[in-house]
Design a protein around this ligand. Sequence first.
Ligand SMILES: C[S@@+](CC[C@H](N)C(=O)[O-])C[C@H]1O[C@@H](n2cnc3c(N)ncnc32)[C@H](O)[C@@H]1O
Length: 382
Amino acid sequence: MVTLPHCAYFEAGRCRSCVLIETPCPTQLSDKERRCRELLPQVPESLWLPSVQGGTADFRNKAKLVVGGRAGAVTLGILGRDGAGIDLRDCLIQEPAIRHAIPHLAAFIEATGLEPYDVPRRRGELKFVHVTLAPSGDLMLRFVTRTEQALHVLRKALPRLLERVPSAVVVSVNLLPEHKAVLEGEREELLLGSSLEMGLGDVSLHLRPQSFFQTNTAVARALYAQAAAWVAAERPDTIWDLYCGVGGFALHCAAAVHGAPRVLGVEISASAVESARRSATEAGIAAEFIAADATAFALGSPAAETPHTVIVNPPRRGIGAELSAWLERAPAQRIIYSSCNPESLAADLAAMPSWGVRGARVFDMFPHTRHLEVMVLLERTV
Ligand SMILES: C[S@@+](CC[C@H](N)C(=O)[O-])C[C@H]1O[C@@H](n2cnc3c(N)ncnc32)[C@H](O)[C@@H]1O
């Protein structure tokens, strides 16, 4: 019998984020597999590898908590339709160490006297707390605030925060003065440490406050391992990792190929690139990383420099028409395309008819939601 996680928040109608939580996980996954097969009919059934499961509970390494309520009754969770805070501190999809830290964070916020930001009235200070957990148990805590004044209060209160949450190794304040429906602003002030070390086995990835990281650590490991296995089977001399973030694909693939391929990661965020460089140095991997727009970089590179293998892992919008058109005519031999949006993946692949799918796999990165990660291995056929 399949046991479903029991979520009191969902049942009470307080949070509906996990829209599929009442659907058994095997059914969730088979529905996602069916959707991918329908969107990618060119992939023969025999090429789909067994899907990677994401877990039923305790799988999210990151919580983006809205600070709500009022001083004396702070909530950490989401906002209701009326703009009032809903506390979700026992949310079961978060890793247990995150759940454990939340009451201490709430008590700390109470002790600072900082007012939660009141969205309907546009008043108050603290907007969000972002919590990220490394496999080691270390935490990165980011407080998103409205004013400089809150930054000063939090800076002064840092010793008290560390008494309550001693596993915090990176603490920062992000300033978001505008009343905007976004999760963070541009300016980040570090109060403690600089990067969280996400140890994934063969490679450790440094993660700074504003960089992207896959939200399910176990599934991220499987994703990088699959890409590394496909790359190792080909032993390419050169690899590009476009949209490389903090270098997960680049570094795992470089580590998997004997004979040191030339590996280059391209990423728009300069701070993610710095992290990737640091991780490469610490792992003794001679990969290079540059901060650039992936499409502009590819289109601006001489044809002779096109690598054997191109890895792409774009945001939800996909790689788009220009980069698809460039890949369609590029003299590369393999592409690994990892996507969190099978619709944009299908549209991009339709623009690359010279490439055939040689392997495909679904990764259930986001259980209880309709979101998924799907990765395909492409080979030039024309
Ligand atoms: C889905 S994440 C993948 C990150 C990385 N591959 C990983 O496994 O963690 C997409 C990444 O693309 C980056 N990005 C967004 N737009 C970009 C662009 N135009 N050019 C290069 N990178 C971009 C984002 O900053 C983010 O790090």
